[in-house]
Each structure stands twice: as C-alpha cells, then as structure tokens.
Design a protein around this ligand. Sequence first.
Ligand SMILES: Nc1ncnc2c1ncn2[C@@H]1O[C@H](COP(=O)(O)OP(=O)(O)OP(=O)(O)O)[C@@H](O)[C@H]1O
Ligand SMILES: CC(C)(CO)[C@@H](O)C(=O)[O-]
Ligand code: BAL
Length: 286
Amino acid sequence: MSLAIVRTPADLRAAVRAWKAAGDTVAVVPTMGALHAGHLALVAAARREAGRVIVTLFVNPRQFNNAGDLAAYPRTEEEDAAKLAPLGVDLLYAPGVEAMYPPGFATTISVAGVSEGLCGAHRPGHFDGMATVVAKLLLQTGADVALFGEKDYQQLQVIRRLTRDLDLPVRIVACPTVREADGLAMSSRNLRLDAQQRAAAPALAHVLSATAAEIAAGAALSRLRADAGHALAEAGFGPVEYLELRAEDDFSVVDDASRPARLLAAAWLGDVRLIDNVPVRAIPRP
Ligand SMILES: Nc1ncnc2c1ncn2[C@@H]1O[C@H](COP(=O)(O)OP(=O)(O)OP(=O)(O)O)[C@@H](O)[C@H]1O
Ligand SMILES: CC(C)(CO)[C@@H](O)C(=O)[O-]
Ligand code: BAL
C-alpha cells in the first residue's frame, strides 16, 4: 500500500479541489513527523470527521527558538509514510522549507493573550512561528476540520483563537493525550531520552496527577508547588520551567479548582524538554 506524497501548495490544492468537486469533506492532521500512537489517534479521529484525510509533515524552522532543538528533531519521513499508508490517509503533504517560505516571505501571525506565559514565556517566538505555519496549512489544505492533540494544550488555545480571529472556515477538534503504559505522554522528543532519562520521564505525569488530585480536593497550587518541584528533582529531572494552573474557559491564571482548570508543566530531562498537562475538576463536597 503506498501513500500519495505532495510537496507543493499547487499540487495540494489540485488534489483538494478534485475531492471537493466530488462533494467530499476534508480533515487535516498537522504534524512535524516522527509519528507515534498519539498522531495515529488524531488520524483515526480525522477519518471519523471527514471523507478525505490529509496528514501534513513539516518540521517548521520558524517555531524552534533553539537551533540545537531544530537540528536534533527526528526526521523519519519514510517510516512515517509507511505508518500512515494502511490507515486510510488520502495524502501526505510534506513541503520543503522553500515551498513553505519562498524567498521574500515576510508575514508573521502573532496571537496575543493565550500565547503569553507558559511555553510562550520560555520559547520566545515559538507561538508566532507555530501560528504562522498553522494558518498557512489550514489555508493551503482548505480543510473543513483540523485535529490537534491536548498534549500541546497551550498550542490548542492559540490555534482556536487564531481561527476565530481570522474567520478561518475550519472546525478545530481536540483529541486527548495518548500515553505510554507508564503514563508518559507520547512525544516525538521522547526518542531523544537515554535509558535512564526514559525511566525517569513518567514522573512528570505522576507528579501532575498527584498535584491535580490535591487541588481537586481543595488545596491551592501555590502551597503544592515546592513539593512538586522536589518530587521531580528526586526523580532525576533538571529545571522545572513552569507548573501552572489555568482556567479552561478563558485560560487565565488560577490557584485552585473553583473553576474547571488545567494543570500544565514543562521540565527538562538532560537536554530534552518535556511538557504535559492534566484536567483538574473540584471534587463536589457532600
Ligand atoms: N501524546 C499525544 N497524544 C495526542 N496528541 C498528540 C500527542 N503528541 C502529539 N500530539 C499531537 O500531534 C500533533 C503533532 O504534534 P508533533 O508532530 O509536534 O508531535 P509531538 O510528539 O508533540 O512532538 P514534540 O516532540 O514536538 O512535542 C499536535 O496536534 C500534537 O498536539
Ligand atoms: C501544529 C504543528 C504541526 C505546527 O508546526 C506543530 O506545532 C505540532 O506538531 O504540534
Ligand atoms: N508539539 C509542539 C511543537 C513544538 O514543540 O515545536
């Protein structure tokens, strides 16, 4: 089984135009490749949402704030295409950097508010680069629906804001985080962990879950932050970039579970930066 791979916006548009002329709807799953079961869950959801499914594969230089991270990012297009071929994906869109950013490219999309703090504070320029490429991918594919993972929770908020503000005619569907059996959120960057770091990595999910349970029971995050940091350090983590609670409705900073919230963290294991998040719902009191 082979998969059609398209490299230019013009070829992509031609394929989509033919599908739409035949009355098909189109779903897109944007990725940076090195596909794992989290991505494949997005593809399965995409198949339920539309008649045609496009997966995009583009390691977007503009969203990397760190040259070493970009250089080390795994690139496994052949294996990725082999994983997608049996899943009923209609097309893999894998443009080169020149096709995406031709000479003279000068536009940046910057989403205020939800992109501030958290990853926005620690990865300068990241969300501008991400929003710019996602806007391009949504416009190039003309997709009716686009699927994104909750693992990148702040990214999802930025994309929702972007599509509303620019009146992009696309529905955004969020999919829950897919985890390894030991709780570690699947991520392409996990491939860069050595054996010892891989053994330590699930502590991030465990500390988040334990802290979320205490907040759900009535505790304030500000009183739990130091203990969570110690637990991560004991497990072998380096610096914790942030551990923050945000309200799910407007993404404002909160300290307890009086509103449905998300507990989000980023922390380093050696030179690999991991992120994760969990929902927090107050336990109703009798
Ligand atoms: N574990 C996961 N569960 C569900 N969705 C995921 C998971 N990991 C990534 N995704 C989603 O897949 C899409 C593509 O993400 P991307 O290609 O950056 O993979 P990644 O594993 O998140 O890589 P990275 O190491 O850059 O974090 C995004 O919408 C992302 O949120
Ligand atoms: C959405 C995305 C494909 C844009 O490059 C990327 O940020 C990702 O993989 O999450
Ligand atoms: N998964 C989010 C993309 C990034 O880390 O750049």
